[in-house]
Write a protein that binds this ligand. Structure first.
Ligand SMILES: Nc1nc2c(ncn2[C@@H]2O[C@H](COP(=O)(O)OP(=O)(O)OP(=O)(O)O)[C@@H](O)[C@H]2O)c(=O)[nH]1
Ligand SMILES: [Mg+2]
Length: 317
């Protein structure tokens, strides 16, 4: 009897979906954030020619049919004495303790056997070995566009193959998008069967205030040089309707560690701060699709990199 009824019962077809976390790690400045931005197809994290740009772990999500890839951008793997540096390293380590796949990125145009890549690898390897199951690791030779003779990639591959067990090796250009389709196809192949964690339209999980503060910091990294940008942090402290209802008022405070850095950031007659503000405002307006009034202030806080409460306030913890 039951079988007879079953003939007419609707068949619910549930095709399996895949979803997994891909950690993107390596020493600072090798192009991790640029790679994620290109893979996801939008700017998830800020980038700059200066090392230690990314200070947080940042998720970038890409859904392709039944598969959802969650890329996790991480601060560069480097040993540091400051509380900020240790906090950044902890972010990277936490990501490694729980990812399904890891992309270990090196700069193929600037490789030396005993370089920071080795330190990064040591940190990576010692973290990953604590896991019950070791995730697959791909070696990513980024900035391949800068390497004229591709034979130069061979010693790098040889060097790393003595260190670890890489499931695959990809020479890529994160900046130009070279070979990223092949990389994506290989990532898809390794995604575990899981329900999707995010709606397919979602690409980013950052809070608006953090995204805005990062845009402002990126402009500082772009315009200000030497050690100044490394001692800079930005907090967005107020977002409210402006006097003109069409405009959003955003107040941002830029923290610096020294009076002399404040002078450099403000510039002669406030010109530098104005430049930073103009560049940041244009990008924030593009992001929010709204006209904004960006009110920037510079404050000296000598200890911000060493104070847990400040790091929490700034969103780094
Ligand atoms: N020529 C070239 N430049 C690249 C490539 N990928 C990244 N870059 C540049 O390298 C610099 C560093 O890139 P990021 O993406 O900020 O590097 P990162 O590894 O995230 O750096 P941290 O956040 O400091 O760890 C930027 O100036 C990028 O434009 C590439 O494939 N080719
Ligand atoms: Mg980065």
């Amino acid at each position: 009897m039951a079988d007879e009824f079953n003939i007419y019962a609707p068949k619910i077809m549930t095709s399996p979906t895949q979803c997994g976390f891909t950690a993107v790690v390596g020493k600072p400045n090798v192009g991790k954030s640029t790679l994620i931005n290109h893979l996801v197809g939008r700017k998830i994290g800020i980038t700059s020619p200066k090392p230690q740009t990314t200070r947080q772990r940042i998720w970038g999500i890409k859904t392709v049919g039944a598969a959802q890839m969650i890329f996790v951008d991480t601060p560069g793997l480097i040993l540091s004495r400051s509380l900020l540096g240790k906090t950044m390293l902890n972010h990277s380590k936490e990501v490694l303790s729980d990812c399904d796949l890891a992309l270990f990125v090196v700069d193929a145009s600037d490789f030396a056997p005993e370089s920071g890549d080795r330190t990064a690898w040591r940190i990576f390897a010692s973290e990953i070995k604590h896991r019950d199951s070791i995730p697959p690791v791909y070696l990513i030779l980024n900035k391949a566009d800068k390497v004229k003779d591709k034979k130069e990639l061979l010693p790098i591959i040889k060097n790393f193959s003595t260190l670890g067990n890489f499931q695959e090796v990809f020479p890529v250009s994160a900046l130009k998008g070279d070979n990223l389709e092949n990389l994506e196809a290989a990532i898809l192949k390794n995604l575990p069967e899981n329900p999707h964690y995010f709606p397919s339209s979602e690409q980013d999980t950052q809070e608006e205030t953090f995204r805005i503060s990062e845009i402002i910091r990126e402009k500082i990294l772009f315009l200000v040089h030497q050690e100044v940008p490394h001692g800079v942090a930005v907090a967005v402290e107020e977002i409210r309707p402006g006097k003109n209802p069409e405009t959003l008022y955003i107040k941002g405070t830029i923290f610096v560690q020294r009076n002399s850095h404040k002078g450099i950031l403000v510039g002669k007659d406030g010109k530098m701060l104005k430049k930073i503000g103009t560049l940041a405002r244009k990008e924030i307006e593009f992001e929010l699709k709204k006209s904004i009034y960006l009110d920037l202030w510079v404050k000296v806080n000598k200890e911000w990199q060493e104070r847990g409460e400040m790091l929490r306030y700034l969103g780094y913890v």
